[in-house]
Design a protein around this ligand. Structure first.
Ligand code: LLP
Length: 438
C-alpha cells in the first residue's frame, strides 16, 4: 500500500505514524480521525522551502481546513502564520497562544464584534473584503485608538478549474473587490485616505483543490500589474497574498502539482512580472490549508450492515458518513480507502460504502474494491485531514468524532469525542411546558 505515509505491519494491519490503525480504532472507538504528525510537518516544511527564491515570504496555514488548540500550537511551533476566517477561528488560535502578529483575519462579512475582537487582539493583518468593511473598520479603529494593518482582497476575474462551489476568483463572486472597472483602485485610494487604516498590500485567492495551476501565473500577472499601476499614483503596496488552493491526491489517479513545483511556478511568474512591470517583488504570502493537512488525515470506521442487492450493488454501511465527511454529498468529492484489518488481503469484491445518516446522498465511496467485508471490520478512508472535521455536523444528533495525532508509534487526542451530554448542553425547555401548560 503506497498511499501517502501508510504502511502495512506484520499483522496485516494498516499503520500510520507507527500506530496500528486497528489498535487505534479499539482504543478510541470509531469513527475516528487520525492525523499523521510527520506528514503535516513535512508539508509545512516543503512550503517553507518552496518559496526560498523570493526576497521575503510567509506561509499562512488556512485554519478553516482543520483547527484545534493543538493544531494551532503545532502551526505556531513550525514558524508559520495562520489565516482565520471568523471570530471563532480567531478565538481558538488566540487561546492556543498563537502570536497575534502572525494572524491574517479574513471574512466577507465580518461583524462589528469580530472586527473589534481583531483590533483588540492586535492581529497582524485584517484582510478587508469590501468597501463597507473598509469604512466600518476605519471607524472602529479610530474609536478604539488603534491602527488596523490591512490587505485588500481583490477578485482578479480568473476561473480556476475546480468545482464551482470552491471557485472564488471569478468576477461574479461574493468575495473581494473586482480588479476590473477600477473598483479596486478606488478602494486602495480610499484606504489610504481613511483614518487609522494602514494599507499594507493586496490579497487574492482563486479557488481550491486546483490541479491545473496555469491560473496562478495569470493571477500573479494581474496582481503585479495592479501594484505597478497603483505605484504610479504614489501608493506603495508592499505585500501580496496569493491565497491557497493547491490540489491534493484523494484518489489514486489524482495527479496534483507538488509543493516544490508550485513554489517554483510562483517564483518564476513573480520574477517575470516584476521585470515586465518594473517593480520589486513584494513580500509574498501564500495560504495553503488542504495541501498542508489533507493528506495527513485518515478516518477509521467500523463496518456494520452489509446489504447485497440481487443484480445490484453491495452496500457496506459504516458508523459515520456525511456527519464527519460532508464533502461527498456537497461537492461530489471522491475518496479512496482500504480495510485496515485486512490490508494484506486481496481486494476482490466491489462495494459501495454508505454512512448511517437518514439521507440518500450519504455515500462515502461509490465503487471500491475491498477484501470480502464482515461486520466489525475497520475501514480506513484516506485523505480526510482537510475540511472534514472542520465541516463536521450533528445531523441525526450524531456526536462529532475525535481527532488523534499519530507520531512515532504514540497516539494522543487532539479533540475528544462529543458525548450525548454535549448534544443537549445548549438545549432549553420552556418552564411552562414542564408544567404541562401549552
Ligand atoms: N485563503 C483563502 C482566502 C481561502 O478562502 C481559502 C479557502 C484558503 C486560503 C485555503 O485554501 P486551500 O489551500 O485549503 O485550498 N470546503 C471546501 C474548500 C473551501 C475552501 C475555501 N477557502 C472543500 O472541502 O473542498
Amino acid at each position: 500500500m503506497n498511499y501517502h505515509n501508510m504502511s502495512i505491519n506484520n499483522k496485516g494491519h494498516l499503520e500510520i505514524g507507527g500506530c496500528d490503525l486497528v489498535d487505534l480504532a479499539s482504543e478510541y472507538g470509531t469513527p475516528l480521525y487520525v492525523l499523521d504528525e510527520e506528514l503535516v510537518v513535512d508539508r509545512a516544511e516543503q512550503y517553507l522551502q518552496a518559496l526560498k527564491g523570493l526576497p521575503e515570504y510567509e506561509i499562512a496555514y488556512a485554519s478553516k481546513a482543520f483547527i484545534s488548540l493543538g493544531m494551532a500550537k503545532l502551526i505556531a511551533n513550525l514558524g508559520l502564520c495562520i489565516d482565520v476566517a471568523s471570530g471563532g477561528e480567531l478565538y481558538i488560535v488566540l487561546k492556543a497562544g498563537f502570536p497575534a502578529e502572525r494572524i491574517y483575519f479574513h471574512g466577507n462579512n465580518k461583524s462589528i464584534e469580530e472586527l473589534k475582537q481583531a483590533l483588540n487582539a492586535n492581529v497582524g493583518r485584517i484582510v478587508v473584503d469590501n468597501l463597507y468593511e473598509l469604512e466600518l473598520l476605519s471607524k472602529l479603529a479610530t474609536e478604539s485608538n488603534r491602527t488596523a494593518n490591512i490587505l485588500i482582497r481583490l477578485t482578479p476575474g480568473i476561473d480556476a478549474y475546480t468545482h464551482t462551489y470552491i471557485r472564488t476568483g471569478q468576477l461574479d463572486s461574493k468575495f473581494g473587490i473586482s480588479l476590473a472597472h477600477d473598483q479596486a483602485f478606488e478602494a486602495v485610494k480610499l484606504a489610504v485616505q481613511l483614518r487609522n487604516i494602514e494599507l499594507k498590500g493586496v490579497h487574492c485567492h482563486i479557488g481550491s483543490q486546483i490541479f491545473d495551476v496555469s491560473s496562478y501565473p495569470v493571477a500573479v500577472d494581474l496582481m503585479m500589474r495592479f501594484i505597478s499601476k497603483v505605484k504610479k499614483e504614489g501608493i506603495e503596496l508592499r505585500e501580496l497574498n496569493l491565497g491557497g488552493g493547491l490540489g491534493i491526491r484523494y484518489i489514486p489517479n489524482d495527479q496534483p502539482v507538488s509543493i516544490g513545483d508550485f513554489g517554483e511556478l510562483l517564483t518564476k511568474s513573480l520574477m517575470q512580472a516584476a521585470q515586465k512591470y518594473n517593480i520589486k517583488i513584494p513580500k509574498i504570502i501564500v495560504e495553503p490549508g488542504r495541501s498542508i493537512v489533507g493528506e495527513a488525515g485518515t478516518t477509521l470506521y467500523r463496518i456494520g450492515a452489509i446489504k447485497e442487492i440481487k443484480g445490484g450493488r453491495t452496500y457496506a454501511a459504516v458508523d459515520g458518513g456525511m456527519t464527519d465527511n460532508i464533502r461527498v454529498a456537497l461537492y461530489q468529492a471522491r475518496y479512496h480507502g482500504a480495510a485496515a484489518n485486512k490490508a494484506a488481503s486481496e481486494n476482490e469484491k466491489l462495494y459501495t460504502i454508505v454512512g448511517k445518516s437518514c439521507e440518500s446522498s450519504d455515500i462515502l465511496i461509490s465503487d471500491i474494491y475491498l477484501p470480502k467485508l464482515e461486520a466489525g471490520d475497520i475501514l480506513a478512508v484516506f485523505v480526510t485531514g482537510a475540511y472534514n472535521y472542520s465541516m463536521a455536523n450533528n445531523y441525526n444528533a450524531i456526536p462529532r468524532s475525535p481527532v488523534v495525532i499519530a507520531y512515532k508509534g504514540q497516539s494522543e487526542l487532539l479533540i475528544e469525542r462529543e458525548t450525548y451530554q454535549d448534544l443537549i448542553r445548549l438545549h432549553k425547555i420552556p418552564a411552562r411546558w414542564c408544567k404541562n401548560e401549552f
